[in-house]
Design a protein around this ligand. Structure first.
Ligand SMILES: [Zn+2]
Ligand SMILES: [Zn+2]
Length: 240
């Protein structure tokens, strides 16, 4: 597969940094490329910082093929205005139960709001799990790679196990990696262990917990997966 077309994830916004010159902030955003298409997943809290980090990496946010919002929260949608500049008419996929004001903001900024209920393809080789329920409904991405499926999550408010399960239900095949926010700051050690067991049972080969996962849970993931637990951080680029 040629380099431009190979699946690749670039972390643009995270609570920690990976590459020099990047800035850390509470929130998450990444650019997913595959088959020559580019899809922005979440936008961080601050549009200026999102743009600055993209510039530092030499990544353009113009001419995106699609945008996907994991869920409504400000630390994933705050960069909306900056992200939609030079992306007029771009499809912004958001969970169907998102608040009306988020849909209105997308429309006001020239985006085309696309409500998501079930699993569906965003661009070839990249799809959404569909809306996963809970008090704060959310969607995750499934990226197809030669080595297996990569699941990309925002905050995982419905639970990381539920998000990975939804991805694996949408497409059969090996689960290579889950990355992003796992939202486990409020879980005790026994609950963290139960999540690790459940993810192992799903056959998840690698993990990259970040953003809202919480330090104690991240340490437990490192312990459980060893070298197969990756650190993310703004500026990290994963190629598959
Ligand atoms: Zn959230
Ligand atoms: Zn978050």
């Amino acid at each position: 597969m040629d380099k431009a077309a190979a699946p690749r994830i670039t972390i643009l916004y995270d609570n920690t940094i990976h590459a020099p010159g990047m800035r850390a902030d509470w929130g998450f955003a990444c650019l997913v490329g595959t088959g020559g298409r580019r899809v922005l997943f979440d936008m961080g809290a601050n549009g200026a910082l999102l743009r600055a980090n993209a510039d530092t990496l030499g990544v353009t946010l113009d001419g995106l093929d699609a945008v996907v919002l994991s869920h409504e929260h400000w630390d994933h949608t705050g960069g909306l205005d900056a992200a939609l500049v030079d992306n007029r008419g771009v499809a912004v996929h958001l969970v169907a139960d998102s608040p009306r004001k988020l849909t209105d903001r997308i429309t006001e900024r020239g985006g085309r709001a696309v409500p998501v209920t079930g699993a569906r393809e965003i661009v070839p080789g990249l799809w959404t799990t569909g809306q996963v329920g809970g008090r704060i409904p959310e969607q995750a991405l499934g990226l197809e790679t030669a080595a297996g499926l990569v699941v990309v999550t925002g905050c995982s408010h419905p639970g990381i196990v539920e998000m990975v399960r939804a991805a694996s239900a949408a497409r059969q095949g090996a689960l290579l990696l889950a990355l992003g926010g796992f939202h486990m700051m409020d879980r005790d050690a026994a609950q963290v262990d139960a999540v690790i067991v459940a993810l192992r049972e799903l056959g998840l080969a690698r993990v990259a917990p970040s953003h809202c996962t919480g330090d104690a849970a991240i340490a437990a993931f490192h312990e459980a997966w060893g070298e197969d637990c990756l650190a993310l951080g703004a500026g990290r680029v994963l190629e598959f």
